[in-house]
Each structure stands twice: as C-alpha cells, then as structure tokens.
Design a protein around this ligand. Structure first.
Ligand code: PEP
Ligand code: MN
Length: 338
C-alpha cells in the first residue's frame, strides 16, 4: 500500500501516522521527493482501512498495490483448485453442468427433470427449495419439503444436489445437500458467509446483482477465511443500463478476470443472466468458449406452467440440444495463458 502525503505535511501529524502504521505491524519505506513524500507500507495490509487513511489531513491519496484477499488469491495459490462433489469435479480442466428447475414443485416434477438432464449429460441437479422472490406474494418455495424431494431425486438418479440457502437458521436442513448455493441477493450476507466457512461442503457463490468482481472475491474470502476452501464462483448477470430483451447483462469477462485473480473455479448461469430461454444456448456456447469451468442451467418439464422463472427455463429437449452444442465447443475452449 502506498500513501502519498500532501505537500508540506505537518511533521507532528506525520510522526503520529508513522507510529500508528508501525503499531499495526508494518514497516515503512519513505521516499522524499521534491514535490511530495510517499510512504510505502510493507507487510500484511489487508486489515488497514484505506478510507480512514485517505481521510487524514496530511494524506493526498492512498493506493493498494496488493489485493485485500489472500486465500482466494492466485498469487498465493498458483494452481487451479478442483472442487470435488462426490466424484464430480469442477475446475482445473474439469467441466461440469448443473441443471434443473428454478424451484422444486413436486416429486414427479423434480424426478422427471432429474432423469432427463442426467440422460443429456448433466453432472448435478439444481432446484430451489428456499426462493428469494421480489414479491412476498410469489411462490416462496417448498422449503424443507423441497429439500426432501431433491434427496429423492438424488436417490433415483445419483446426481449430487445443489440448492440455495437464504438464512443461517436453515443450515440443519442442508445435511444431505451436496453443494450449498448462496444466491445473488445474499452474496454480501457476511454472517451467512462466515457460517458457511465452517461447513465442510462446496459453496456455489453467485455474484450479486450490482457487485463488483472485487466484492465477489472478498465474499469468497469470507468463506475461505473460516476454513472452507471449496468455493465455486458463479457469474449470473449484473444490472446495467441495458434493458433490451435481457433480464441482466452477462459479464463474460468475469471468467478470465476471476481466473487471473483467483484459483477457484468459475461457472456461468445463462438462465438468470438472460431471463429468456432462447438466449441460453448462445450464452452457453460463449461461456464455454471463454473458459468457464461449468454452467448452471434452468430446465423445466413444463416451462409454461413453472411456478418460477418459466420464461428462462429450457425444456429437456432444448437442454439436450444445448449440451450437444457445448460438447462441440469444449475442445476449442480458451485456457488461461494461451
Ligand atoms: C436461482 O439460482 O434460482 C437464483 C435465485 O439465482 P440468483 O441468486 O442468481 O438470482
Ligand atoms: Mn430461477
């Protein structure tokens, strides 16, 4: 971290600042130029409040030269992390597709979809039991019962199950869930992230609707700081000025940027990113080509009557077609450093 001081900074205040920096366990490299003095802070600056420093009377500007995240940082962990979900691997060259309905609606619905997506090559089953809905009057999910139905679908198909947690109090219901999803709306629920840091299960961390990549990395840092190293990033579209057709704007750049900065796997959710079923296929192809480690796709056996997100859900037939397109593009996918 570099602290640029104002010209003619008060010496007493400067001495105070230097003492404070040293008390934080950091060394100082001071360089005194003609026009300004620069302090280089050496050591672990991750706990330093950059805004607090910047607000001091004698400080002109403060810049971070190292990232505030350590555990998720590729610099300290150059090799790709491979997340293993009961034998299904994601990351480090392993590609996996998660598919299933937005919400679990009934035993027949989730089991039918599970069988269909498995037949087309999906490696895991998704299905929301706790649903974060914009309106309190919309279907809120089958909650605990929904998780039991997912377990039944898993028993039938062998597919590991992925479902969203909305609150720490729900954690006891997730004992048999294979991957716990943190949805976009909870990406910065820090108490939840801390609790998931203590869980021995992979966490699928979705990017917030208006969160930067650095904020996403910091949220993963919360989970990893607690001891849980199995985190998968998911880019699911962000809010931009664009409203033409799409629900969100898919930030495909997040794939290479996250991979440059972190060793954790990155998957893409083209369903919530676009909000439109016909746009899912081109975005799956693009995400695969750009080097994503996997996809999470909404599939429903009767999209027109889905209780949630029918407009963006693929039929099992359309999903099968997408899987073939993704398989065809896989050999040409971009690999970091190429
Ligand atoms: C979902 O996966 O069903 C979901 C609600 O996604 P997001 O949190 O990305 O909106
Ligand atoms: Mn959905």
């Amino acid at each position: 971290m570099i602290v640029i001081l104002k010209q003619n900074a008060d010496q007493a205040q400067l001495a105070q600042l230097e003492n404070w920096i040293r008390a934080e366990g950091l060394d100082i490299h001071k360089s005194e130029g003609v026009n300004s003095t620069i302090l280089g802070l050496v050591g672990d600056t991750s706990k330093i409040d950059i805004d607090l420093l910047g607000a001091l009377d004698i400080v002109e500007n403060v810049k971070r030269v190292s990232e505030p995240y350590k555990s998720v940082n590729r610099k300290f962990h150059p090799k790709d992390t491979v997340v293993d979900v009961g034998g299904v691997k994601i990351g480090g060259g392993n590609f996996a597709v998660i598919a299933g309905p937005c919400s679990v609606e009934s035993e027949s619905q989730i089991c039918e979809v599970a069988e269909a997506v498995k037949a087309s090559g999906a490696a895991m089953l998704r299905g929301g039991a706790f649903k974060p809905r914009t309106s309190p009057y919309s279907f809120q999910g089958m909650r605990g019962e929904g998780i039991e139905l997912l377990e039944k679908a898993k028993a039938k198909t062998g597919l590991p199950i992925v479902t969203e947690i909305m609150d720490i109090s729900q954690l006891p219901l997730f004992d048999n869930v294979d991957v716990i999803q943190v949805g976009a709306r909870n990406m910065q629920n820090f108490e939840l992230l801390k609790a998931l840091g203590k869980v021995n299960k992979p966490i699928l961390l979705k990017r917030g609707l208006a969160s930067t990549i650095e904020e996403l990395l910091m949220s993963a840092e919360y989970i990893m700081a607690g001891g849980n190293e199995q985190v998968i990033f998911c880019e699911r579209g962000i809010r931009t000025f664009e409203t033409a057709t799409t629900r969100n704007t898919l930030d495909l750049c997040a794939i290479p940027v996250l991979k440059e900065r972190s060793h954790l796997p990155v998957i893409i959710d083209p369903s919530h990113a676009t909000g439109v079923a016909r746009l899912v296929k081109p975005m799956c192809i693009a995400a695969t080509a750009a080097g994503a480690d996997g996809l999470i796709i909404e599939v429903h056996n009767d999209p027109a009557h889905a209780l949630c997100d029918g407009k963006q859900s693929l039929t099992p037939e359309a999903f099968d077609d997408v899987m073939k397109a993704v398989e065809a593009i896989r050999p040409y996918a971009y690999k970091m450093g190429e």
